[in-house]
Design a binder for this molecule. Structure first.
Ligand code: ATP
Ligand code: MG
Length: 475
C-alpha cells in the first residue's frame, strides 16, 4: 500500500531526520501511533521514528539530540523546533516483572522491530516513499476497526500487563471492537495487572474516562474485571462498576474531565471524603482531587437539605436558603459543576450514597463492551421533595415537589454575592463598630451576615450590614 503523510511542519521536520539517516546508509521510518492516527484521519500529536542505525550512530549524526534511553535504543532528536524519539530496531525478551523487558537486542530487520509492538494497528511503519510496512495486517484492522495483539495475545499481555489497559484505552478512544482472541487473552491474564505501577494504571484510566467514548471504556473496564485486580485501590467488583456505568450513558457529554470523575465516583456511591482518599491513592494531582471532592460535597449538602426539609408552604424557601448555604460552603464552581452533571446525566439524581444498584441482568464478558441498559427508568431531571400534608388536607398524597436543576441555577444566579471576600464589611470594621475584641464570634457573625446578604435578606451594603450587626440577634 502506498500513501503519503499529510503535510505538516512536524511531518516535514521528521522527514528531514529520516532523510539524514537514509543518506548515511541506514533505514528509517515513521512508526506506530502517528501512522495509525494518520490513516484514521485523526490529529497526530507526536511522531516516533524507527531506524536500523545504532543509538550511538544517531547521537553522532545529529548535533541536537538527547540520550533519552540509550539502553533501549532511544535517542530524542531535535529538529526545527520539534522533538522526535528515534529508536533503533530492537527485539525484547525476559519480562520478569510483567512490564519491562530484561534484555533488549538491536536487530537489522524492521519487521522484527514491528513484532515487539503491542497491537497490529500500532505495528505499521512508513518510509519517505509512502510505502507502508505492515506485516501483521494493521491497515486491515484499522479498516475493520479492530484491536488485535501482534502474535499470541495471552503471551503479549503476560509480557507486559499494561498492554491490557492500553487495549481497552485504544478500543474506547477509537471506538473499536476487540478481537476475540485478544479479549480472551486479556481475561486470562487480567490478574497480572497487579504488577503495574499505580501511576501507569491511573494514566491509562484517565485517558479512557477523559476520552471521546468514556461510556464504552467503562463498559469494557467493567467486563474485563481489570481494575479490582490492580495495585490502585478499587473497592468494587466489575459488577459494581457495570451497575454504575449503566446509569451513565451521558458521561461523555460532560466536557470537564473533573466532572466525569465526580460523576463516576458519585455513581459508585463515594462520599466526598472517601473520593478524595481514593483519588489520592490513585496519585491524582491535588487540584483534581479537591475539585472532584467539592462537587461531591455539594451533592452531600443538597441531599442533607432535602432530607431535613420542612414541609408546608415554606418548604421551597427553606430549600432555597439551604441551597445558597451549600453554594457558599462549596463555591459556585462546584455547585455549577454539580448542576451541569445532573443536567447531563439526570439518572445521577437517584443514586444514593451506597452507589448504583446492580443491573437486573449481567451480560457475560464479550467484545461488544457496552454497559447494560439502565436498571431503572431515568428519574426526571429534578430533585423530588416530599411535601408535608397540610392539616386541612388529610387526603392529599405526599406529592413530590420537584426542584429542577434550572431552579437551583436561578437561585444561584440571584445571589448578590457568593464569598466573604465580596461582603461589603470586614471583620475589622465589625470588631470596631461593636467595640469587641476579635474572637470566634467574629467569624460566626461574618458567616451569618454573608448568608443573609447572599439570600437577599439584607443588601450587601457597608452601613446596612453594620447596622444589622448591631441588632440584638447579631451580638
Ligand atoms: P499515543 O501516543 O496516542 O498514546 P502511541 O501508539 O503512539 O499512542 P506510545 O505510548 O506513544 O503510543 O508508543 C509508541 C509506539 O510504541 C506504539 O504505537 C507501539 O508501537 C509501541 N508501544 C508503546 N507501548 C507499548 C507496549 N507497552 N508494548 C508494546 N509496544 C508498545
Ligand atoms: Mg505516541
Amino acid at each position: 500500500m502506498e500513501w503519503t503523510m499529510a503535510p505538516s511542519g512536524m511531518a516535514e521536520a521528521a522527514g528531514k531526520v529520516i532523510a539524514s539517516l537514509l543518506q548515511s546508509g541506514r533505514e528509517a521510518y515513521y512508526v506506530g501511533g502517528c501512522i495509525r492516527d494518520e490513516l484514521l484521519g485523526r490529529p497526530v500529536h507526536d511522531m516516533d521514528l524507527t531506524t536500523s542505525a545504532l543509538p550511538e550512530e544517531v547521537m553522532a549524526m545529529f548535533t541536537r539530540c538527547i540520550p533519552t534511553g540509550l539502553a533501549h535504543g532511544t535517542v530524542t532528536v531535535l529538529q526545527d523546533g520539534y522533538s522526535f524519539e528515534v529508536t533503533t530496531y530492537r527485539t525484547e525478551s525476559g519480562y520478569a516483572d510483567h512490564r519491562r523487558p530484561e534484555h533488549v537486542f538491536f536487530v537489522s530487520d524492521v519487521k522484527e522491530d514491528l513484532r515487539r509492538r503491542d497491537f497490529t494497528i500500532n505495528a505499521i511503519c512508513c518510509g519517505l516513499d509512502g510505502v507502508l510496512v505492515d506485516p501483521f495486517g494493521g491497515a486491515r484492522d484499522l479498516s475493520a476497526r479492530l484491536i488485535r495483539c501482534v502474535g499470541q495475545a495471552e503471551e503479549r499481555f503476560d509480557e507486559d500487563a499494561l498492554r491490557m489497559l492500553r487495549c481497552i484505552r485504544f478500543a474506547s478512544v477509537l471506538d473499536f471492537a476487540i478481537a476475540k482472541n485478544t479479549w480472551r487473552g486479556l481475561l486470562r491474564q487480567r490478574d497480572k495487572l497487579a504488577h503495574i505501577a499505580v501511576e501507569r494504571v491511573r494514566s491509562e484510566t484517565e485517558r479512557i474516562i477523559e476520552g471521546p467514548h468514556p461510556w464504552r471504556g467503562l463498559g469494557l473496564l467493567a467486563r474485563s474485571g481489570l481494575l479490582p485486580r490492580g495495585k490502585a485501590p478499587f473497592p468494587w467488583t466489575g459488577t459494581d462498576l457495570a451497575a454504575a456505568a449503566a446509569i451513565l450513558p451521558g458521561i461523555g457529554e460532560l466536557q470537564s474531565a473533573r466532572l466525569r470523575w465526580a460523576l463516576l465516583l458519585h455513581a459508585l456511591g463515594q462520599s466526598a471524603v472517601s473520593a478524595d482518599e481514593l483519588l489520592r491513592a490513585w496519585t491524582f494531582p491535588g487540584a483534581t482531587r479537591s475539585a472532584v471532592a467539592r462537587v461531591l460535597r455539594v451533592r452531600e449538602a443538597w441531599d442533607a437539605a432535602l432530607a431535613s426539609a420542612p414541609g408546608g408552604s415554606g418548604a421551597e424557601e427553606a430549600l432555597r436558603r439551604r441551597w445558597i448555604a451549600a453554594v457558599l460552603a462549596c463555591g459556585t464552581e462546584a455547585a455549577e459543576g454539580w448542576l451541569t452533571l445532573l443536567e447531563a446525566v439526570p439518572q445521577a439524581a437517584c443514586v444514593t450514597l451506597g452507589g448504583a444498584q446492580p443491573p437486573g441482568s449481567q451480560s457475560g464478558a464479550g467484545t461488544a463492551g457496552e454497559p447494560a441498559m439502565p436498571f431503572r427508568q431515568p428519574a426526571p431531571a429534578s430533585i423530588p421533595l416530599r411535601q408535608n400534608i397540610s392539616a386541612g388536607d388529610a387526603h392529599a398524597s405526599a406529592a413530590p415537589l420537584h426542584i429542577p436543576p434550572s431552579r437551583l441555577r436561578s437561585w444561584m444566579a440571584g445571589m448578590p454575592l457568593s464569598s466573604l471576600a465580596e461582603l461589603a464589611v470586614t471583620g475589622k470594621e465589625l470588631s470596631a463598630a461593636l467595640d469587641k475584641r476579635p474572637g470566634p464570634w467574629l467569624g460566626e457573625l461574618l458567616q451569618r451576615l454573608l448568608h443573609s446578604a447572599a439570600a437577599g435578606d439584607i443588601p450587601n451594603d457597608n452601613q446596612l450590614l453594620l447596622q444589622e450587626a448591631k441588632k440584638d440577634g447579631f451580638k
